[in-house]
Design a protein around this ligand. Structure first.
Ligand SMILES: CC(=O)N[C@H](C=O)[C@@H](O)[C@H](O)[C@H](O)COP(=O)(O)O
Length: 245
């Protein structure tokens, strides 16, 4: 196994993320932004804007982003169904080691106990990633998952899956209650992630005990952001003088 290009210690990573922004540079399947060079440009913009780390999906993108920015890259590999029953964020040790091989300083992986394509468990995956020289971010959806992930050796616990897997309602904004509960329950840094739409919400996450915040859609997803505006216009009326409702 090749050693990662940026071998960060857990302590160094913790210090570098304190109170800071991690920018998730991803695009869904079929989106015009789902292109490695485009995602690299997003990552470089995020670095220029003061981001402290980049979150990126798939080995090819992780490798390209790692080569292009001077920040720690939190890599993942989405594979499989996204229906809530299956683990799709770095579901197996094979996926995790490919992300390490691509140069990620940190591997983000679903820490849940839902269905996986093989016999991988999150504790086994965390061990394998550590042995390969990288750190582990546990993507969790509930307090219990976060506590178990920290016990299993996760270096960071992130609220990535809150509202997307069973256990928590999906809110419009971030699940700040879960952030606070996790921060009180685990000793590793808690990262607030999921549906953070504004700088105020990012600051609120820190005030609720988050060590750092991940923002994706609100920074790097023009299709979703455009749809938010077009839906807003659709809901509140048409052009001048045009009463639509
Ligand atoms: C649930 C899931 O699969 N989340 C993914 C995890 O990598 C990404 O699709 C999100 O964009 C990321 O978590 C950041 O969240 P938001 O885009 O809401 O700021």
């Amino acid at each position: 196994m090749t050693a990662p290009q940026h071998p960060w210690t857990a302590h160094e990573l913790t210090v570098s993320l304190a109170g800071r922004l991690i920018v998730s540079c991803q695009a869904p399947p079929g989106d015009p932004m789902r292109d490695t060079e485009t995602l690299v440009r997003m990552a470089r913009s995020a670095e220029l804007g003061g981001g402290a780390a980049i979150r990126a999906n798939a080995p090819e993108v992780v490798a390209a982003v790692t080569a292009a920015v001077d920040l720690p890259v939190i890599g993942l590999w989405k594979d499989g169904g996204t229906g809530g029953d299956d683990v799709y964020i770095t579901p197996t040790i094979r996926h995790a080691l490919a992300v390490v091989e691509a140069g990620a300083a940190v591997v983000a992986a679903d820490a849940g106990e839902r269905r996986r394509p093989d016999a991988t468990t999150f504790p086994g995956l965390a061990r394998a990633v550590h042995e390969a020289g990288a750190l582990v971010m546990a993507d969790v959806g509930t307090l219990a998952e976060g506590v178990a992930a920290a016990e299993a050796g996760a270096d960071l616990v992130s609220t990535t899956l809150a509202g997307y897997v069973p256990g928590r309602p999906r809110q419009d904004g971030p699940d700040l209650e879960l952030v606070a509960e996790l921060a009180a329950a685990v000793r590793v840094p808690v990262i607030a992630e999921g549906r953070i739409r504004t700088p105020d919400e990012a600051a609120a996450a820190l005030a609720h005990g988050a060590h750092g915040v991940v923002v994706g859609t609100a920074i790097t997803a023009p299709t979703a952001l455009t749809a938010r505006f077009t839906e807003g216009l659709g809901a509140h009326g048409g052009g001048r003088g045009c009463a639509r409702r």
